[in-house]
Design a protein around this ligand. Structure first.
Ligand code: TXA
Ligand code: MG
Length: 340
C-alpha cells in the first residue's frame, strides 16, 4: 500500500501565548507538524513517537532519510528515561541544559521514539532547549518532539517565523512565533556512545566550554555527512543532494575575502572591505556571539540583494575559528561548498 503524505494547505501563525502554545501542543499530539522557536534556530516539530508524523517531517523538508533528527525534551529527567545516560552525560546535562547542546546516547530498549526519527540507528540525539516558549510547548505536548531545523533540506536555517514560512508555508500546520532566535546557530552535537566524547557538529555550546568541563573531546563528522560519503562513493558520479553543500543560499559564496568587487555582496565582520555592491555586517565590533546571531539573517538578506541587483555572489570576510567562530566557519564552509 502506498501512503500519501498530504501537506496542510494553509500554515497558521500562532502567538507565543498560552492559547497559541495550547493550540500548537494539540496539533503536535494529533500528528501535525508545527515549527517553533528555540534559542538556536526554529525547529520543525513532530511527535517523535508517531512514525507517520516523523515521515512527514522528512517529506516537508525534502530531507534524506539517513539523516537522523534530534529529540527535544522539557528537562533532563524526561530525556534520560528514553536514552541511557552515563555519568558524563548527566554532568554535561547539568552544566549545559537547558541549552544548545545535543547529546547522542544509546536508546533504551523501551524507548518510544519512532525508529525513523533516529534513521534506524541504535542511538538518539537528545536536547533540552533554552527557550521558555519551547519548554512550555514540550511540557504541554508531554511526548518527545523530533525537530530538525525548520528549513528545506540544504537551505539556510530559519531564525524567525517569517523565515520558516518562506520555506515551508503550505507544507506544515503551524508556526509558533516566538520571535528572533538568540543564539542563531544550531546546537553542538556531541556523541557520547564511543570510548571518548566526539564532536559531530560544532554549534552554540562551544568546544572550549565543553572541554573546560570534561577535558579533551575528539572531532568526528556528522552521521549524515558520513552517509553522504558512502552514498557518493557507491553512486558515482555523485547523486543529487548528497554533497557537503548545506546552509546554502542561492548565490555562490566566496570565503576569506580580503578584497571585494562592486558586483559582489559582502558579509562583513569588523571594519568592512570597501567597494561591495551590497553589505551586511555580522558584527562591527568583532563579537562572535553577535555574529552567530546574525549569520543566517545575513546570508538570506544578501541572497536577496544578489538576486535583486544582479550581483555575482557573496564574499565573506574571514572570522576567527575559536568559540562560536568554529560553528560559524563550519556553516560558512558548507554554504560555500560545491552544489551537487
Ligand atoms: O539547534 C538545533 O540542534 C536545532 C533545533 C531545532 O533544536 N535542530 C537541528 O536539527 O539543527 P537538524 O536535524 O538540522 O540537525 C541534527 C544533527 C544532524 O547533523 C544529524 O546528523 C545529527 O544531529 N544527529 C541526529 N541524531 C543523531 C544520531 N543518533 N547520531 C549522530 N548524529 C545525529
Ligand atoms: Mg538543519
Amino acid at each position: 500500500m502506498t501512503q500519501t503524505l498530504a501537506f496542510a494547505a494553509i500554515t497558521q501563525t500562532l502567538a507565543a501565548d498560552s492559547a497559541g502554545i495550547a493550540d500548537a501542543a494539540r496539533l503536535l499530539r494529533a500528528g501535525s507538524l508545527v515549527a517553533f522557536g528555540t534559542e538556536t534556530v526554529y525547529g520543525l516539530g513532530a511527535d517523535a513517537t508517531n512514525a507517520r508524523a516523523v515521515a512527514q517531517v522528512f517529506a516537508a523538508k525534502g530531507r534524506p532519510h539517513f539523516n537522523p533528527l534530534i529529540c527535544h525534551y522539557p528537562d533532563a529527567d524526561a530525556a534520560f528515561v528514553q536514552v541511557e545516560a552515563s555519568d558524563l552525560a548527566r554532568r554535561l546535562a547539568a552544566a549545559f541544559w537547558p541549552g544548545p547542546l545535543s547529546l547522542v546516547l544509546p536508546r533504551r530498549a523501551d524507548c518510544p521514539v519512532a525508529l525513523l526519527a533516529g534513521a534506524g540507528l541504535p542511538t538518539l540525539a537528545v536536547r533540552v532547549p533554552a527557550h521558555p516558549t519551547a519548554l512550555a510547548l514540550l511540557r504541554a505536548v508531554g511526548r518527545p518532539v523530533a525537530a530538525p531545523s525548520a528549513n528545506r533540506s540544504g537551505q539556510v536555517s530559519p531564525t524567525t517565523a517569517r523565515h520558516v514560512l518562506e520555506g515551508l508555508a503550505g507544507r506544515i500546520a503551524a508556526v509558533l512565533d516566538s520571535g528572533v532566535c538568540r543564539v542563531g546557530v544550531e546546537s553542538t552535537v556531541l556523541d557520547l556512545c564511543g570510548d571518548r566524547p566526539c564532536l559531530l557538529r560544532p554549534g552554540g555550546a562551544t568546544v572550549e566550554a565543553i572541554e573546560a568541563l570534561i577535558g579533551p573531546i575528539a572531532r568526528g563528522i556528522a552521521v549524515a555527512e558520513a552517509a553522504r560519503i558512502v552514498h557518493a562513493e557507491a553512486e558515482a558520479p555523485r547523486s543529487p543532494g548528497l554533497g557537503v553543500s548545506h546552509y546554502a543560499p542561492d548565490a555562490p559564496v566566496r570565503l576569506n575575502a580580503d578584497v571585494v568587487r562592486s558586483d559582489e555582496a559582502l558579509l562583513a565582520f569588523g571594519r568592512p572591505l570597501e567597494g561591495s555592491g551590497a553589505l551586511f555586517q555580522l558584527s562591527a565590533t568583532c563579537d562572535l556571539t553577535e555574529a552567530a546571531a546574525n549569520l543566517f539573517v545575513g546570508l538570506r538578506r544578501l541572497d536577496t540583494d544578489v538576486a535583486r541587483q544582479g550581483l555575482t555572489g557573496i564574499a565573506v570576510m574571514p572570522l576567527p575559528g575559536h568559540d562560536l567562530g568554529l560553528a560559524i566557519n563550519d556553516r560558512l564552509r558548507r554554504a560555500a561548498a560545491p552544489r551537487v
